[in-house]
Design a protein around this ligand. Sequence first.
Ligand SMILES: *Cc1c(COP(=O)(O)O)cnc(C)c1O
Length: 229
Amino acid sequence: MAAAAHALETVRRRVASAEQRYGRPPGSVALLAVSKTRPAMDIEEVAVAGQRAFGESYAQEALGKIAALAHLSLEWHFIGPIQTNKSRLIAKHFQWVHSIDRLKVAERLSAQRPHDLPPLQVCLQVNISGEKTKAGVPPEQAPDLAGALMDLPQLKLRGLMAIPAPTIDTASQRVPFQRLRMLLDQMQQQGLVLDTLSMGMSADLEAAVAEGATIVRVGTAIFGPRLPR
Ligand SMILES: *Cc1c(COP(=O)(O)O)cnc(C)c1O
């Protein structure tokens, strides 16, 4: 087995054993393979090993790969900062966007989503660790932003995404993930129909699964260290 396919298998086992250890139903956590900076060839290798969903952070870089791999019918998730001048490309070529943190961007994506395509599946990115430099809506503003998104016809709000500040041990990794889950619970209790918690990466996916992640976004553990852009 080639290196990336072997690494994919290892990550799948990590997800499955975390599901088991933390009492999550088997298969309840989806794996998003984060392929930013990797060439189409690497993605194809992982796709051939059975992975369907891939995450990209840079619209321009992703476009070439999406075109090159069109024959594989992969599912593309945009997970990076959304530049206004790239929103049309994102609305057209991706099935999911995890990184919405402003109403303006959401409105643009909805308006620019082609009408012959199903609504874009989206998550709100929440600045769960309250870092000054991080993207994401402050947690206390998430319910109002979610409410506003419900009115946009070409977006389907699925849930919340976060990238917590890195910490070392599982116990402290779980704290911000638990906070994001409690925010989702609160929004569900307010009547919003949401089913997605996009949280957990190579270094902390077990902690995220423990706290209820439904999508983990894993890059380096599958593809190896990121390449220079
Ligand atoms: C790069 C990236 C990941 C993957 O991180 P790894 O540590 O390589 O697994 C996940 N989520 C987002 C938003 C990213 O930008």
